[in-house]
Design a protein around this ligand. Structure first.
Ligand SMILES: [Zn+2]
Length: 144
């Protein structure tokens, strides 16, 4: 497979935040990768939820993370099922285990690599893509 993974079309994702998710997206605007950490027991959880599944606390922290991770799982989307997807293939939805945030697994995309280079366990580095609507999305490239 020599095709290069690209970013998915903007039309597939509309950002809607609430008090639990807004800090993640504000950090993304500043090109900082973060994850929700319980302010009481320190357990990470992504996506952020109102209550810690470990201790039920609603206290949360948003620490800066190094922006690296490991590819836990991925899929390759090769077929346009909507007209908006034409010209944005193939893209690679991925689950990324974030470094320094045990238990935080981010849904994102891997871009800029040949599909044949994708491996479970591959090291990843975050990059940022600013969309036409100003939303800044994390997306990952293969790293060291
Ligand atoms: Zn907790």
């Amino acid at each position: 497979m020599s095709e290069i993974a690209v970013s998915p079309p903007e039309a597939l994702f509309t950002l809607a935040t609430d008090r639990w998710t807004a800090p993640f997206w504000e950090a993304a605007r500043q090109r900082r990768l973060t994850a929700c950490r319980c302010g009481n027991c320190g357990a990470f959880r992504m996506p952020p939820t109102p209550f810690c599944p470990e201790c039920r606390s609603q206290e949360v922290e948003w620490p800066d993370l190094p922006g690296t991770g490991t590819l836990f799982s991925f899929s390759v989307v090769r077929r346009a099922i909507t007209p908006e997807m034409e010209g944005h293939l193939p893209y690679v939805p991925a689950l990324v285990d974030l470094d320094q945030a045990p238990g935080a697994r981010l849904i994102s995309n891997v871009v800029g690599c040949r599909l044949g280079e994708l491996r479970i366990g591959a090291r990843l580095v975050v990059g940022w893509r600013e969309r036409s609507d100003g939303v800044v999305l994390p997306e990952f490239r293969l790293g060291e």
